[in-house]
Design a protein around this ligand. Structure first.
Ligand code: ADP
Ligand code: MG
Length: 253
């Protein structure tokens, strides 16, 4: 395996004392760690405690599902784990780096390189083509346009998205939009991909295809994934399942 392949598999290449390179794909490596996460929303005089001390550890190469009733705080938790929102108390570490130590700009840069995000609604930029949308995270990270183009083409080819690259989001089916969003999430080779009800807006056939794609990316490329889903069949495919209720996250069988 080349170091590039290892990197893409979210494994670290380390040089041991003997100088020998070894791949550390150990299931022990914590890629994402949330510790005692609490979140309160204040709406005027009212205070809403949504998360009440959530702990979660996601290891390299895992596919984890988060389930829970509507309004239980799944999106809130996912946004905090992704560094899109700050917890009221507690902390999140990605690849060992506590996000609380990063200011807004540094956090955005860290997220850009280390976190891939997929939402229920694709959030593709409507005025740009598929290719340009997938190039965007690389351009933000400072890649040259030609380097960004090469990475985008590779990320799209990796998921067999080889035609319609110059279509705009409005010219794509729901399933194609989510595939484009998936390529965009993967293009920077992030430590972890977080998805918030990614199949929630798809017909059952497209939902099944997206589930197959996620499972394939996890199995073949060892992409570490955290997926919020109402889809019980989707959750059954995950290595571990968590249930969020009353502000607490519990692992279920
Ligand atoms: P889920 O994704 O599980 O459906 P959410 O995380 O979206 O749940 O929301 C959990 C609770 O937090 C809901 O009661 C919601 O109204 C509330 N909430 C979410 N975001 C905010 C916000 N920015 N301000 C106030 N309340 C919020
Ligand atoms: Mg939600």
């Amino acid at each position: 395996m080349s170091s590039e392949e290892l990197r893409s598999a979210n494994c670290e290449v380390r040089t041991g004392e003997s100088g020998q390179r070894r791949a550390d794909c150990g299931e022990r490596t914590a890629v994402l760690q949330g510790t005692a996460i609490e979140k309160e929303f204040r709406l005027g005089p009212e205070q809403l405690q949504v998360l009440n001390g959530v702990d979660i550890t996601v290891r390299s190469g895992e596919m984890v599902a988060i389930l829970g009733p509507s309004g239980s705080g799944k999106s809130t938790l996912l946004h905090i784990l992704a560094g899109l929102d700050r917890p009221t108390r507690g902390d999140v570490a990605i690849a060992g780096k506590p996000l609380s130590r990063l200011n807004g700009e540094a956090l955005a840069a860290y997220r850009n390189r280390n976190v891939g995000l997929i939402f229920q609604f694709h959030h593709l930029l409507p005025e740009f083509t598929v290719l340009e949308n997938v190039m965007m995270p690389c351009l933000i990270a400072g890649d040259t346009p030609s380097a960004a183009l090469q990475k985008a083409e590779q990320a799209l080819a990796e998921i067999d998205f080889t035609s319609r690259l110059r279509h705009r989001p409005a010219e794509l089916s729901g399933g194609e939009k989510q595939k484009a969003a998936t390529a965009r999430a993967l293009v920077t080779n992030p430590q972890v991909v977080l998805a918030d009800e990614p199949t929630g807006n798809l017909d059952s056939h497209s939902a099944q295809a997206l589930m197959d794609l996620f499972q394939d990316l996890n199995a073949r490329k060892r992409v570490t994934m955290v997926i919020v889903s109402h889809n019980e069949r989707f959750a059954q495919r995950a290595h571990r399942r968590f249930y969020l209720d009353d502000g607490l996250l519990k692992e279920t069988t």
